[in-house]
Design a protein around this ligand. Structure first.
Ligand code: DON
Length: 568
């Protein structure tokens, strides 16, 4: 399209509209035209294939996103699924429209702040993690129907087809599936339906065994035929509620009937020549990324040695995560001082307190008042420049481990992302307070951070699973992109993380050398060397000048990224 179409329009238009239009078009398609490739990067090769099939069938990036999400729900049941939720960040090339599709789970109407506490007011271990009481009302089916209807070109009967086939015919079990099922054997065994669907004779199935999920295929089929109503009303909804209540959960038909997917404005900021676009509340990701970039503007990394760089980044992470614990929650239910948190002056004040020679002990920062690799990310870019960054979850590996009888739907345990009690840590060690307390119909605070980084020269699409570490991983990936490193480096780089509490720097194996670790200890940092790597980043980079598209899947996982060249 680009050059010829642009020329003709520009000649006919009056001067002022010509100027605005040309500016708009060149910002959308780049000086050399649109992307010279279409790309999908996801955490599973079969999901990537499902996305590519949609692009080949005349679908756009949004159809591909629906197909990838649905396929992941089948082949990566430990990461996301119809029983879970997520955030889909969309960019529509035609008009530059950017939106976050909020398909986050929400608390059932019968939920209350003390539901995971015992009579002494202590958190009951595991209550918000295993079984149907841990499950929020799913958002993924509503989000897929919404994206297909409002942004896609293909009907759900086409975009859900690869997932339906994978559910009916099965898919080969891989090493990640086996490891995750091993971690969650106990809750999976406790649910008869989950054991039948995901295990073999009550044990982790062998490599290349093909789990078939006929009930899930049927549920997908109903969504393909009836849209969101195929899940939130009628027989599937009845079965979900019956099974959840029989298993000790508190869902009602009204919870499902009233679930709404929401369109929200993403969080955006400028950082030098770059524009960051990321997830808004109920994700904490975008707000923390803006805060951290704002602090970096006040305290740049330039000229620092590696230990100095890591120290500064850790101190910045510490301060942003402290604000997460103190202020953030679902802004539809509690008041959150978003404008203040996004304010540059506020970030400057925080950054000024950073001592280059010394770690700030976390308790010194305003404490909250007294009161991996599961989850999944994928990125898509089509030939028109439409793009999607999506991070989806059922929370813990295999969610709550509970499959609702007659639906094939594995339920999330996202209720654990609420703060069960002020100051008590959740599964990721995150603490919170009243802002993220449980309330009926409220969305639990998330760290999922699907992100775009845009400049006149380049577009980056990225994100990752990893619980509380998602936001620090995305920050490190963004800094690599800003440094001009290739996309393969963003996903492969060694990672480190600080989340305010616990007060320590978590470091991936071999991410930092002994010298740097020694220097950090000298500055007063407590270091926790991790035994296992973390994260599973899926990223795409589009060079707007040359049109070149590159993509990469995190080498820590089994994902696959593909770029298909387009001829113009
Ligand atoms: O929404 C959140 O922040 C979490 N439920 C994400 C969980 C996750 O990334 C697990 N991956 N290791």
């Amino acid at each position: 399209m680009a050059d010829i179409g642009r020329g003709i329009f520009c000649l006919k238009a009056p001067l002022w509209s010509l100027f605005i239009f040309c500016l708009l078009v060149s910002s959308l398609v780049g000086a050399a035209g649109g992307p010279r490739g279409e790309a999908v990067a996801s955490a599973h090769p079969l999901a990537t294939e499902a996305g590519l099939m949609m692009l080949q069938a005349g679908g756009n990036a949004f159809d591909a996103a629906v197909a990838v999400s649905a396929a992941l729900a089948v082949v990566e049941p430990y990461g996301s699924g119809l029983g879970g939720g997520g955030f889909w960040l969309l960019h529509r090339a035609r008009d530059g429209h950017q939106v976050m599709i909020d398909g986050r789970e929400r608390a059932p109407f019968a939920a209350h702040p003390d539901m995971y506490l015992d009579e002494k007011g202590e958190v009951v271990a595991g209550a918000s993690i295993d079984g149907p009481l841990a499950a929020g009302i799913p958002g993924t089916p509503a989000a897929l129907a919404h994206i297909a209807e409002h942004y896609g070109r293909l009907p759900l009967s086409v975009s859900l087809r690869p997932a339906i086939i994978l559910a009916a015919d099965g898919f080969p079990v891989d090493r990640v599936y086996r490891r995750m099922a091993g971690l969650r054997l106990s809750p999976l065994r406790d649910s008869e339906e989950a054991a039948a669907q995901f295990l073999l004779d009550g044990a982790v199935p062998p490599h290349r065994h093909r789990p078939r999920q006929p009930a899930l295929a049927e549920t997908l089929h109903r969504i393909a035929r009836n849209g969101a109503r195929g899940f939130y009303a009628g027989e599937i909804a009845e079965r979900l509620v019956t099974a959840v209540r029989a298993g000790g959960g508190i869902w009602s038909s009204r919870d499902l009937r009233d679930y709404r997917v929401l369109e929200r404005a993403p969080v955006a900021t400028r950082f030098g020549e770059y524009r960051l676009v990321s997830a808004n509340l109920p994700s904490s990701g975008g707000i923390l990324l803006v805060q951290m970039l704002n602090m970096l503007m006040a305290r740049p990394l330039d000229g620092l040695d590696e230990a100095g760089r890591v120290h500064l980044l850790v101190e910045i992470m510490r301060r942003a995560y402290a604000d997460r614990a103190r202020y953030l929650g679902d802004a539809d239910h509690v008041s959150v001082p978003v404008a203040r948190l996004l304010n540059r002056g506020y970030a400057q004040r925080l950054a000024r307190q950073i001592d280059p020679g010394r770690a700030t002990p976390s308790p010194v920062l305003s404490a909250p008042p007294a009161e991996g690799r599961d989850t999944t990310h994928f990125s898509v870019l089509d030939a028109a420049g439409n793009r999607v960054a999506a991070t989806l979850s059922v929370n813990y590996p295999f969610g709550s481990g509970f499959v609702a009888a007659g639906t094939g739907v594995l339920l999330n345990d996202e209720m654990d992302d609420f703060s069960a009690k002020p100051g008590s840590a959740n599964a990721y060690g995150l603490i919170g307070n009243h802002a993220n307390a449980i309330a009926p119909g409220k969305r639990m605070l998330s760290s999922m951070s699907p992100t775009f980084l845009e400049s006149p020269d380049r577009v980056a699409i990225l994100g990752t699973p990893g619980g509380s570490r998602i936001i620090s991983m995305v920050l490190l990936g963004l800094l690599d992109a800003i440094d001009g490193r290739p996309v393969a480096d963003w996903v492969a780089r060694g990672r480190f993380h600080h989340q305010y509490m616990p007060d320590r720097v978590e470091v991936e194996p071999a991410a930092l050398g002994d010298e740097v670790l020694g220097a950090l200890r000298q500055k007063g940092h407590r270091i926790r060397q991790l035994d296992e790597p973390y994260g599973n980043m899926q990223a795409i980079s589009w060079d707007r000048v040359s049109g070149e598209v590159t993509a990469a899947s995190d080498p820590r996982g089994i994902g696959r990224s593909v770029v298909v060249p387009v001829s113009r």
